[in-house]
Design a protein around this ligand. Structure first.
Ligand code: PSZ
Length: 277
């Protein structure tokens, strides 16, 4: 089953309208929320970010956070999602005759589905390789919008080079991954790009920043260059699916010892503990 506004419907019975603005303009927002053992993880933070994305795109929502959370519960139950998985949801500005400006009479359309997704345990254990790519996205990367072409092209470039992620940079400055936030460790300090219009404020990033504080690590939210990333002692990415995933090479150059480092491991373990994994 999928959730369409307030109804659970069979997936095959939902027809996307050609004039849905998500379909024609990517005019909408989305979230990917983690489910561990049938329980939603960090729901409140995802809903807060969803509401913020909608506000930035001036898309008022006709329901509340508690209402939506309750419907996710029903959706998971209908789909018997009792293990590890995700809830994907997107909200389109709605269906209306095609004009670029906001149509006068339209209402947002929410669609959500669930899927089983295992934790990427092998990559989390061994680490992965990344490439770098110029960040060609728009200047409001803080909005979790459905427009992902810059991210799609960067990830494809990574996959073609057998890398797990593309780390994006604007000029020399590293911003984030194509679908993750990026961190480096140098001389014991942890660095990541500060929150701004140039990155998505990742929920996992937010959790890791807090964990680093709890662990008394020196975490500095400050931009760094591609060369500084090459010269890091450790590196890792964070995302809803990847959690804390060690990066052991960038553009074919080994990072540190070429194996996941101790600070990365500490944060990985702290994340697992927090999530009850
Ligand atoms: O399925 C996957 O691999 C997922 S699920 C969510 C993501 C990847 N990434 C979200 C994301 C992103 O798209 C960009 C551009 N930056 C950072 C992130 C990480 O955000 P959180 O931690 O909220 O998932």
């Amino acid at each position: 089953m999928i959730l369409v506004d307030s109804s659970l419907v069979e997936r095959k019975d939902f027809g996307v309208d050609i004039e849905d603005r998500a379909y024609q303009f990517g005019d909408g927002v989305y979230e990917v929320i983690r489910v561990y053992g049938g329980k939603v993880f960090a729901m409140g933070q995802h809903l807060d970010r969803l509401w913020r994305s909608c506000a930035e795109l001036r898309m008022p929502l006709p329901f509340g956070k508690d209402e939506l959370a309750a419907r996710f519960g029903e959706l998971m139950k209908a789909n018997q999602l009792s293990g590890d998985g995700i809830i994907y949801l997107q909200i389109s500005r709605g269906v209306a005759p095609r004009v670029h400006q906001f149509p006068e009479e339209t209402r947002p359309l929410l669609v959500a589905y669930t899927r089983e997704v295992q934790r990427p345990l092998q990559a989390m254990e061994n680490g992965g390789s990344v490439i770098t790519a110029e960040d060609i996205r728009w200047l409001r990367c803080d909005i979790k919008s459905l427009n992902l072409l810059g991210n799609v092209l960067a990830k494809q470039a990574a996959v073609e080079k057998r890398a797990i992620e593309a780390i994006l940079h604007r000029g020399d400055t590293v911003t984030e991954g194509s679908s993750s936030n990026f961190f480096i460790v140098k001389e014991g300090s942890v660095y990541t790009h500060p929150l701004s219009n140039l990155i998505l404020g990742g929920i996992t990033r937010e959790i890791v920043v807090k964990l680093a504080e709890d662990l008394k690590l020196n975490l500095i939210q400050q931009a760094f260059t591609v060369d500084q990333a090459y010269g890091a002692d450790e590196a890792f990415i964070t995302s809803t699916i990847s959690e804390v995933l060690p990066i052991i090479s960038i553009d074919g150059r080994s990072i540190g010892s070429g194996a996941p480092g101790p600070v990365t491991r500490k944060l990985q373990r702290a994340f697992e503990e927090l999530a009850g994994l």
